[in-house]
Design a protein around this ligand. Structure first.
Ligand SMILES: NC(=O)C1=CN([C@@H]2O[C@H](COP(=O)(O)OP(=O)(O)OC[C@H]3O[C@@H](n4cnc5c(N)ncnc54)[C@H](OP(=O)(O)O)[C@@H]3O)[C@@H](O)[C@H]2O)C=CC1
Ligand SMILES: CC(=O)N[C@@H](CCC(=O)OP(=O)(O)O)C(=O)O
Length: 324
């Protein structure tokens, strides 16, 4: 059987390099590589996009939409790492742990949208709770996040390392202040919320790794809910999943407890925490992941294996630092 051919459009970028690194040396697929001198040459990209069995797009949203428009070969399947197609008609959302039949949808899809880094954390926390009826779809949800600067791609990485400028460069920046971040539509759709959450991300002076958090006033819910019910619903939803770990409930924890956003760097893991204060009827949900791992390239290679029916018996780890 011929090996499936994969072309990574944008392979010199942050996500592209991380996907390439994870695929390099594999013998069950063939990587089509573009001559570095021609990596922005539209005719050459078009040739490779149409030669590939699977085109993996690691481009900005506009370029990803244009790349899909360049594909004429009906046999070329697409995995898009950008935000461009996450809620688009005809595209399957590439979060295999979303629900039991999601891996099969991904396996048979011609077009798969890889989830975003913040949205992976938010959806992973919210969807099971909405589905279990613990969080009403209409509940006013607030999602916060703190990401390492590789989330901003090459231009922010360069600025953080002293080359060039970027509006997010600095020790810490709160952003998304237009209250309309590009992740909101996918968070609403796949969490099954009825209203937009208030989503406020931030970025700090570390390269890789992130936390996404959802604070909840449990007393404000129409039906009383306890922290252990939230944790149990998450545990039930992700039972048997290899890459999603639901952590034990943390009740009225130590004031000195802290979470390091970088703890899962290099892995394809996603950890979900519930911190509970029963007397105050307050809880905090937290997701921890590597923005370049389960938040981008790890998830992409997991999807590549699903789409191509290749052995999924891998941990999708990759420990090279985000490049400049
Ligand atoms: N970084 C992250 O944590 C995550 C990123 N994503 C998404 O993945 C996509 C890629 O992001 P990221 O890797 O961070 O971005 P980068 O900016 O690091 O990479 C984008 C790449 O595209 C290249 N490029 C620019 N113009 C063209 C062109 N005309 N033809 C071909 N290639 C071109 C860039 O080259 P050059 O730099 O020379 O211009 C660069 O190598 C984005 O849509 C992003 O939102 C998704 C999840 C997480
Ligand atoms: C720090 C930073 O800039 N993060 C990016 C999110 C990372 C990313 O590119 O997200 P997608 O998965 O949606 O493509 C942002 O907020 O736009």
């Amino acid at each position: 059987m011929p090996k499936p051919k994969i072309f990574i459009d944008g392979e010199a970028g942050t996500t592209g390099l991380q996907i390439r690194g994870r695929l390099q040396g594999r013998e069950d697929l063939e990587l089509l590589s573009i001559d570095p001198a021609r990596r922005k040459d539209q005719a050459e990209r078009k040739r490779l996009l149409n030669e590939a069995d699977l085109a993996v797009l690691c481009l900005s949203d506009d370029l990803a939409r244009a790349a899909v428009g360049m594909i004429e070969n009906p046999a070329t399947r697409v995995l898009d790492a950008s935000t461009a197609h996450r809620v688009a008609e005809g595209w399957v959302f590439g979060f295999p742990e979303l629900e039991p039949d999601q891996p099969e949808r991904i396996r048979t899809a011609g077009r798969v949208a890889n989830p975003g880094c913040y949205s992976t954390g938010a959806i992973a926390l919210l969807r099971p709770l909405v589905e279990a009826g613990l969080l009403p779809a209409e509940h006013p949800v607030f999602v916060q996040g703190a990401s390492g600067y590789s989330g901003g791609g090459r231009s922010l990485i360069r600025a953080m390392r002293g080359e060039g400028e970027h509006y997010l460069a600095g020790s810490y920046r709160l952003y998304g202040l237009g209250l309309a971040h590009k992740h909101v539509p996918e968070i609403v759709r796949y969490s099954r919320l009825a209203r937009d959450p208030l989503f406020i991300p931030s970025v700090g002076n570390w390269a890789q790794g992130m936390l996404v958090h959802v604070p909840l006033h449990l007393w404000a819910l129409p039906k009383p809910v306890r922290g252990e019910e939230l944790q149990a619903a998450l545990q039930q939803h992700y039972a048997g999943q290899r890459f999603v770990r639901v952590m034990p409930l943390e009740r009225v924890g130590s004031a000195e407890r802290a979470l390091d956003p970088q703890a899962l760097n290099g892995t394809n893991l996603l950890e979900l925490f519930v911190f509970d204060h029963p007397a105050k009827e307050q809880a905090l949900l937290v997701a921890r992941l590597d923005n370049l791992g389960k938040g981008a390239a790890g998830a992409a290679v997991q999807n590549i294996d699903l789409m191509l029916g290749l052995s999924g018996d891998r941990n999708y780890e990759y420990t090279e630092d985000a490049p400049c």
